[in-house]
Design a binder for this molecule. Structure first.
Ligand code: XMP
Ligand code: MG
Length: 185
């Protein structure tokens, strides 16, 4: 899918495919340095983190394993509440493992701060967070991801794994939706 398939649903491209791939390469270089001599267990948060996981993992030279979690955060509409339910847990025992959570976006941070606390109780050797996007103006927690791709404005974004009503995840770039898309609902 590309911008031509979106009709006039796209207001603006925020991050191009090239910008995303270049930034992920930089992040992978830093991660390789930080984890030299170790193996990493990458934990992707379904479904949004699928693209970040696929591209970041392929840029790493460090040996990795990949596992996935699915969580739902209860809340009204598009706002997360911080009350989180595990829909799919890890298949891996993370005790004594170096865990790196891979996320698409940190918005309020409530989902990830719950997830971080949950994983910490399982006795991993280390736990860090890599996120492609972060909205600093939306932060409601003091969660500190070690690796951040881009800080973005507090607006709803789609593409590169991120959806609106389950659509647009397969855009290779990150974009802002045109207001008329929201206003229909
Ligand atoms: P919190 O607020 O808990 O949100 O950090 C985490 C989850 O909410 C989703 N989210 C978005 N999805 N465009 C999206 O398509 C956005 O701008 C956006 N902001 C938050 C996302 O699933 C994230 O993991
Ligand atoms: Mg997500």
């Amino acid at each position: 899918m590309d911008a031509n398939d979106m009709g006039n649903d796209l207001k603006k491209v925020l991050l191009t495919e090239q910008q995303i791939q270049d930034r992920l390469a930089q992040m992978a270089e830093v991660i390789d340095k930080d984890y030299a001599g170790h193996e990493i267990l990458l934990v992707g948060v379904l479904r949004g983190a699928v693209m970040v996981m696929a591209d970041l993992a392929r840029k790493l030279h460090t040996p990795v394993q990949m596992d996935w979690m699915a969580v739902s955060s209860y809340g009204s509409g598009t706002k997360s509440s911080g009350v989180v339910r595990i829909l799919k847990d890890l298949d891996t025992d993370i005790k004594d493992r170096h865990v790196l959570i891979v996320e698409d976006i940190i918005d309020s941070g409530l989902t990830l701060s719950w997830l971080e606390a949950n994983l910490r109780t399982r006795g991993c050797a280390s736990l860090n967070i890599a996120t492609l996007l972060r909205k600093p103006d939306a932060a409601k927690t003091n969660i500190t991801p070690r690796y951040v791709g881009f800080d973005i404005p507090n607006e709803f974004v789609v593409g590169y794994g991120l959806d609106y009503a389950e659509k647009y995840r397969n855009l290779p770039f990150v974009g802002l939706l045109a207001p008329h898309v929201y206003e229909k609902h």
